[in-house]
Ligand binder design. Structure first.
Ligand code: NAD
Length: 487
């Protein structure tokens, strides 16, 4: 545990671990035990200011922004360091996030680490400069060259649910593009971010390329949206906070890249294998206690098979009790905090008050000490109910009946969000046809996986602006410049 101990109470600024200027720390709570297990530095505006200053200076004064080969070498070093230290990082992730151990072998840790290698490869093959050819605008013979250049200092603000995945999905492409970064993680998950910054400080990256500022104040990162030294803000979190970040960034016309909430629909067409589809839907909403922005939280069942579908869902979800995240067989752990648990439980009350039928769950499992909630299924839900419209961010599924494919599509699209979705059918072509009509950034058909380093992820409508990961996610961090040379 020695590696993990050395990052406690530390920020990463200008290439070194250092305490907050106030020297204050705050306890980090293990969601599975509800007990503190470590301390994090309680950073303030002064620390953020120092981090922005370091990131701006290194951007302006070193070869980082202009030497892609150097950057890809550093990203490969960082990738290797991540692999070398991943068992300590895994232990930290399970303790800090309440992430089931099984998920750390996928999207909670191992898979994101590979993002550094993927971006390093992209940096090596990316065409940074291209010719637009010679033309004679206004009679002047001109050679036009298009260049891609880094945007500058990136302010990255991230949430607590999949912190390693989201931190790396921002940091890797931003660094690969030649930007420098100030990463501000969520107050509940500071140390996983500091761990990443600490590893980066051991590479050849110039000091200040990646800075991490943690703190107990949720709005600690707000100045990243207004500070003129910051070139863009890359934000993942709730739609309400995203709106505030966008408003604040408007004053200096700062580009904002937003990955926000979702209320995605799982459409079971009337010819689908109902047991298979409901099994998948029940498992999905309980994974990581439903704390995933792209998790399908509305299931749309054909009215002719509605009762059968609800029964199957209840059986699957009741069997999926939550458990200790350290147990390798568990996929369903605690929520992040008591605050979040109370939020989920309050939605259960709203659902009951609005007339939805609570089929299973809705309470706290008595035998577990952490922030757990039972798997919860509501039936007889209409799409105008609060529990069908708001993002609950817990293991809560609402089942809505529909008549015909057109109505299923209409209900799926009747949402302020547009992040993801699923379609199940015995007829793949029919399912793909429905998928084409869903207004979201990703759609899974019959259990297909859209997640990947090369796959752009993001949302329509109030689920965000821009795409993370893939080539699109890399180019979010680049500006386009044209140089016109009279010849
Ligand atoms: P949140 O919006 O409360 O906080 C997100 C981050 O913003 C945190 O670091 C927080 O400290 C910071 N923050 C809060 N107020 C701020 C302000 N005024 N200015 C600047 N920063 C501020 O979200 P959360 O509760 O941490 O995370 C859950 C939300 O994140 C859910 O809505 C979920 O859907 C969303 N999310 C989206 C994606 C995606 O890719 N679309 C991925 C994961 C989570």
């Amino acid at each position: 545990m020695t590696d993990f101990a050395c990052i406690q109470g530390q920020l990463v600024i200008d290439g070194e671990l250092r305490p907050a200027q106030s020297t204050k720390t705050y306890p980090v709570i293990n969601p599975a035990t509800a007990q503190p297990f470590a301390d994090a530095a309680d950073g303030s505006d002064a620390d953020l200011d120092a981090a922005i200053g370091a990131a701006a200076t290194v951007f302006d004064t070193t070869e980082w922004a202009t030497d892609p080969a150097f950057r890809s070498r550093c990203l490969r070093q960082l990738h290797q360091l991540c692999l070398d230290h991943r068992e300590q990082w895994r232990e930290l992730t399970v303790a800090e996030v309440g992430a089931p151990l099984a998920l750390t072998y996928g999207a909670q840790l191992d898979d994101p680490i590979e993002g550094f290698a993927w971006v390093a490869d992209l940096v090596d093959r990316y065409q940074w400069e291209s010719s637009l050819g010679i033309a004679k605008p206004f009679g002047i013979q001109t050679n036009r060259i298009a260049r891609k250049e880094p945007t500058g200092v990136v302010g990255a603000i991230t949430p607590w649910n999949f912190p390693n995945q989201i931190n790396i999905a921002k940091v890797a492409p931003a660094l690969g593009a030649g930007c420098t970064v100030v990463l501000k993680p969520a107050p509940d998950t500071p140390l996983t971010a500091v761990f990443l910054g600490w590893l980066a400080s051991q590479t050849d990256m110039p000091p200040g390329v990646l800075n991490v500022v943690t703190g107990s104040n949720p709005v600690l990162g707000a100045p990243l949206a207004t500070d003129e030294r910051v070139g863009m803000v890359s934000f993942t979190g709730s739609t309400s906070t995203g709106r505030l970040v966008m408003e604040a960034a408007a004053a200096s016309i700062k580009p904002v890249f937003l990955e926000l909430g979702g209320k995605s629909a799982f459409i079971v067409l009337d010819d689908a294998d109902l047991a298979g589809a409901t099994g998948m839907a029940g498992l999905t909403v309980c994974t990581h206690a439903g704390q995933g922005c792209a998790i399908t939280t509305r299931i749309l069942l054909p009215r002719s098979r509605y009762d059968e579908g609800v029964e199957l869902l209840a059986a699957t979800m009741t069997a999926m009790g939550p458990g200790e995240p350290t147990d390798p067989a568990i996929m369903f752990g605690p929520l992040i905090s008591e605050r979040q648990r109370q939020r989920v439980l309050s939605y259960v009350e709203v659902g009951k008050a609005e007339g939805a039928r609570l089929v299973t769950g809705g309470g706290i499992p008595p035998e577990l000490p952490g922030f757990y909630v039972e798997p919860t299924l509501f039936a007889d839900v209409t799409n105008d109910m609060t529990i069908a419209r708001d993002e609950i961010f817990g293991p809560v599924l609402v089942a809505i009946p529909y008549d015909g494919d057109d109505e299923a599509v209409a209900i799926a699209n009747d949402s302020p969000y547009g992040l993801s979705g699923s379609v199940f059918s015995a007829d793949t072509e029919r399912a793909v046809d429905v998928a084409r009509r869903i207004r979201t950034g990703t759609v899974s058909v019959n259990g297909g996986i859209w997640y990947g380093h090369d796959v752009p992820f993001g949302g329509y409508k109030q689920s965000g602006i821009g795409r993370e990961m893939g080539l699109s996610g890399f180019e979010e961090y680049l500006q386009t410049k044209v140089i016109a040379v009279a010849v």
